[in-house]
Design a protein around this ligand. Structure first.
Ligand SMILES: [Zn+2]
Length: 228
């Protein structure tokens, strides 16, 4: 798996529970030494949004997230692949107070920093993105011009209500948008973003370990790779 960002999206959680869960995750990960307590000021490779720097001591994550390459002298070396973690919550952003970070609702005047994915939409930025119809399992290019207009209206509805339906061109079924997730697209009120991912070639057991450490459930999760 190669990407610049990997979104792990909880497509089922409601918006209120998402806030509580995110704050709990943050507190637990700081206590466990997985992440630094405040957003990093460093320019991390592959970081496209404000994020918590992954601790140098976080062995379990490094083990999953290291990539291997050959250096100038022909020696194998390991490269850290995940530099930062973001926790994205619908309609919320992180603010710092006394060296601790808290989630705040985005007020009507809207957040200055739009890079925090507070809109609950996660998709590949390069090469288009596809939704998978939950009824017929076929993939639809929802980023193309023809469908773009219809999809745009559905997305606006999702932003407003956290719920919306999308109909399938192929089988005619109408399904909730959050069930249309694929490896290039998902919507959800809570997501964990691994940033700077070059290679994530993990076994099922390691994925299970990752989810356990990230305190995410094992149903309704979408893994969305984002290039560019
Ligand atoms: Zn269908």
């Amino acid at each position: 798996m190669s990407s610049h960002q990997l979104f792990i999206v909880d497509t089922c959680i409601d918006s209120t529970t998402a806030v509580t869960r995110a704050q709990e995750m943050y507190t637990a990960w700081v206590r466990q030494g997985i992440i630094e307590p405040i957003f990093t000021q460093e320019d991390l490779p592959g970081a496209y949004q404000p994020c918590f720097k992954v601790s140098e001591d976080c062995a379990w994550l490094h083990e999953i997230a290291y990539s291997q390459s050959v250096d100038d002298k022909g020696m194998w070396q390991k490269n850290q692949a995940v530099y930062g973690i973001s926790i994205n919550v619908m309609s919320h952003y992180w603010v710092e107070h006394n060296d601790v970070m808290f989630l705040k609702p985005i007020a009507d005047q809207s957040c200055d920093d739009v890079r925090q994915h507070a809109d609950g939409l996660f998709h590949n930025l390069e090469g288009g993105f596809y939704g998978c119809c939950p009824a017929c399992d076929e993939f639809l290019d929802i980023s193309d011009d023809e469908r773009g207009e219809v999809f745009g209206e559905v997305i606006v509805e999702w932003f407003d209500k956290n719920t919306a339906d999308l109909s399938c061109d192929l089988c005619g079924a109408i399904s909730p948008l959050n069930e249309w997730h694929s490896d290039t697209f998902a919507v959800g009120c809570l997501a964990v973003t691994l940033q700077g991912v070059e290679v994530l070639d993990a076994t099922d057991a390691q994925i299970e370990q990752l989810l356990h450490h990230l305190c995410l459930g094992d149903s309704g999760l979408a893994w969305v790779s984002c290039h560019g």
